[in-house]
Design a protein around this ligand. Sequence first.
Ligand code: HEC
Length: 146
Amino acid sequence: MRLLVLLLLAGAVLAQAPSTQAPSNAAPGLKSIGTMSEVMVRIIFPTSNEIFYVARNENKTEKDWEDLRNNAVMLAEAANLLMADNRAKDKDRWMKDATLLRNVGDKAFKAAKVKDLEGLKALNDELYEACQSCHEHYRPGYRRKL
Ligand code: HEC
């Protein structure tokens, strides 16, 4: 019994040894959790839909406005996610395309904060262009549907 305990303790020490010797200068940093496709489908698609279809209900409750504000800021910040080093496909066109999305998300957030329904409706084309521009450049197999 005592031997078993000793062995277990020794095992624990041995198991710990590598991590105590591992270099501790590996700084925490960005790490993708979702694929690009998952970020699109699970974050950008649903949040942008709330802006695209903002006109389907003209009589918004306080909760509707709160949801719009949430979705707008998530969309705008998701554009920042796209620009992060672990996701950006390059430092030029990709960043410009992602900036289009962040700008329109920023405008949507500001409009939602002051409950400006007409302002939100007016962002429809700009939002569509932001998605379209990046997809034309970077989405595999994307065809312009015109
Ligand atoms: C800065 C670039 C960029 C912007 C802006 C962008 N996308 Fe994407 N999107 C991509 C890329 C790259 C893919 C292909 C991902 C893959 O298949 O790996 C994609 C794919 C998608 C897909 C398909 C995902 C799948 O696998 O089925 C959807 C849906 C989508 N985007 C929605 C949107 C919407 C809606 C917007 C605008 C509100 C938008 N995206 C803006 C880069 C972008």
